[in-house]
Design a binder for this molecule. Structure first.
Ligand SMILES: [Zn+2]
Length: 112
């Protein structure tokens, strides 16, 4: 890498660190052809912001605003959100007066 390129990258990383404190310094990388995962974007490592978690995760710099957790904690957060949404839904359903269930016509089973 050319020295001015490295300098530019370091400056870019410093800027990112200011906005996103979970960025791991020294981890900003240009995308190489082998890293097709990030679709020609720069990638950077982040440290999971979950208390006590030290897991590092490589993400595209464009995802920094959304991604602050490691994959495991992202999964847990998603499950928790779903559980909470379900609880709210249930509570609201309980508030509503119950609708009388329409009676289904009994199925007549004719012996063959
Ligand atoms: Zn984590």
């Amino acid at each position: 890498m050319k020295p001015d390129r490295a300098k530019e990258l370091a400056a870019c990383e410093a800027g990112l660190k200011l906005r996103y404190p979970h960025v791991v310094l020294g981890s900003l990388r240009e995308v190489s052809a082998r890293e097709g995962k990030f679709h020609m974007k720069r990638s950077v490592q982040i440290k999971c912001t979950f208390p006590g978690c030290e897991t590092l995760r490589r993400i595209a710099t464009s995802d920094l605003a959304q991604v602050t957790l490691c994959e495991e904690h992202t999964r847990q957060a998603r499950l928790r959100r779903r559980r909470e949404a379900r609880a709210i839904h249930k509570a609201e359903a309980a508030k509503q007066p119950k609708k009388a269930k329409a009676k289904k016509a009994k199925k007549v089973v004719t012996p063959v």
